[in-house]
Design a protein around this ligand. Structure first.
Ligand SMILES: [Zn+2]
Length: 52
């Protein structure tokens, strides 16, 4: 389970997992990490936001 997000981009995701992070709003960044929001939704965030 460790390091599973490293290496190749995730080809089964749209744009190889890249997009705009909903938290820091960087564009073209890989959204690899699931994050629970306050409304109990799970969103994908970038590595910079994974621990927030
Ligand atoms: Zn982010």
């Amino acid at each position: 389970m460790a390091k599973r997000n490293r290496g190749k981009t995730i080809s089964y995701l749209p744009s190889n997992g890249r997009g705009t992070c909903p938290l820091c709003e960087r564009t073209g960044i890989k959204l690899l990490y699931p994050h629970k929001t306050e409304t109990n939704q799970t969103i994908k965030v970038c590595k910079n936001c994974r621990h927030k």
